[in-house]
Design a protein around this ligand. Sequence first.
Ligand code: HXC
Length: 517
Amino acid sequence: MDVNGKIFKKFLDRRHSSDLHLEQAITKQHAKGKLSARERIELLFDRNTFEEIDEFATSAKAGSDFGKADRGFGDGVVTGFGKINGRLTFVYAQDFTVMGGSLGAIHAQKITKIMDLSMKMGAPIIGLIDSGGARIQDGVVSLAGYSDIFLRNVQASGVIPQISVIMGPAAGGAVYSPALTDFTFMTKHTSYMFVTGPNVVKEVLNEDVTTDELGGADVHARKSGVANFIFEDEENTLLGVKRLLSYFPSNNLENPAFIESTDNRFRFEEKLRDIVPDDPNKPYDVKDAIKLIVDNGRFLEVSELYAQNIVTGFARLNGKSIGIVANQPKILAGTLDIDASMKGAKFVRFCDSFNIPILTLEDVPGFLPGVNQEYGGLIKHGAKLLYAYCEATVPKVTVILRKAYGGAFCVMNSKNIGGDFSFAWPTAEIAVMGPEGAVAILYKKELAEATDPVKVKKELAAKYREEIANPYIADEKGYIDEVIDPADTRIKLIVAFEALESKHVNIPSRKHGNIPL
Ligand code: HXC
């Protein structure tokens, strides 16, 4: 064998050894009903566009030989870049078959290298997480590695979109990077997230809880709100990631991609006239209104199962990406509570960071009353949503469909907190409070003395609705811009957002604001 032959033999041996690991990894993962790191990457990226880097990185030996260690190629994470729907995107995918995807020094270095590249290139980064957390054998080095990642997550926040996809365990330190990123996906049945697992819960609190009950996809989608999207299997999870990305720009200096609309720009939608029921106390599904307004009825809901009294998600209007925040009268009458305020605030802040205009559809009777809400800090959490709307400088348009009462009127993107255009349907009720509450306060004495207080209350409430709780006073005084025919909503919104394309707001220089946390 000549000199070049020897050189190539070494190269081919390394390749072969890596391929062998790949085969073993696939078998092990499939046995658990999961895909391997590279199979996931294959599904995520456009065909033949993925370029792996640091494939042969090998973890350094730790100071001690405590515990088993697999010091083979790759160190338990696959990193690289490629195209997703034609757009440059960076990825790291943890490989659970190498020391449980645990994070050691080189593993962390590979991730931070790819994060630094994605920042320099202004391209989104996706983390496919399948990890037992900090690598126990590597001790403090692993902890430092996590810290390096957290720092970069925060530095990248609001600069490039960051998406975390949990496809196995995310235990201990592994949960904090997803928590710092913009969106978290989970796959049902095979993924879970917790700071401390069921064993620790048993030891410390003597409580029995399963992995799924403690940190499964359903729990995080419904109860904690940590997961924004959950899917039945890994293929659909990755398809969901691709769909979400299509609404975003690559970074905060760009606008979201324009996709030619096949919907009618001038679609006059008479069905919108029938959305709000005649009875003001009757619920309806605001998603029916959203679907009738946006391009081709396509709406990608974010955090669908969490705080369902507020609906958040992405859609397009005449081909342009928008974020939608809508009160949901079907759940808790659309009131704003702690969870809804936090959900809405996070969504508004994401849209604002990435130049995605915000449409607000309002039907809110007020903040949710109650001891639990007050003890839980509704004041500070409600203020988060208020802060987020006030802070946002992207184009912001509101349509008041029905109720806009009290503080909630101010919070839901009123013109006085910076809303650019406000429209109201004729069914809008804009006032300090609802008719029943107003009558009870202003006519307390009269009601107490009335022979038929129910009848008197009803008559006064009707008078209040007629004279005060309607959209025309706000229209006359300029607090809204126009009362519109619901059928015209799509056309009005397209024109409004087009007019706002050149919006520019000068913000005084400061280090950062102090959002109520
Ligand atoms: C090194 C690890 C590991 C870890 C798992 N492995 N976690 N190796 N460091 N953190 C290894 C196992 O030894 C095993 O090796 C292989 O990965 C598969 O693990 P299993 O336990 O057999 O798998 P499974 O039954 O599916 O359980 C998965 C698991 C469990 C729930 C994730 O492994 C587990 O509880 N791991 C520890 C989780 C944890 O507490 N991590 C540290 C958190 S502290 P072999 O050779 O047998 O295949 C932390 C601090 C960071 O992360 C703080 C920053 C803020």
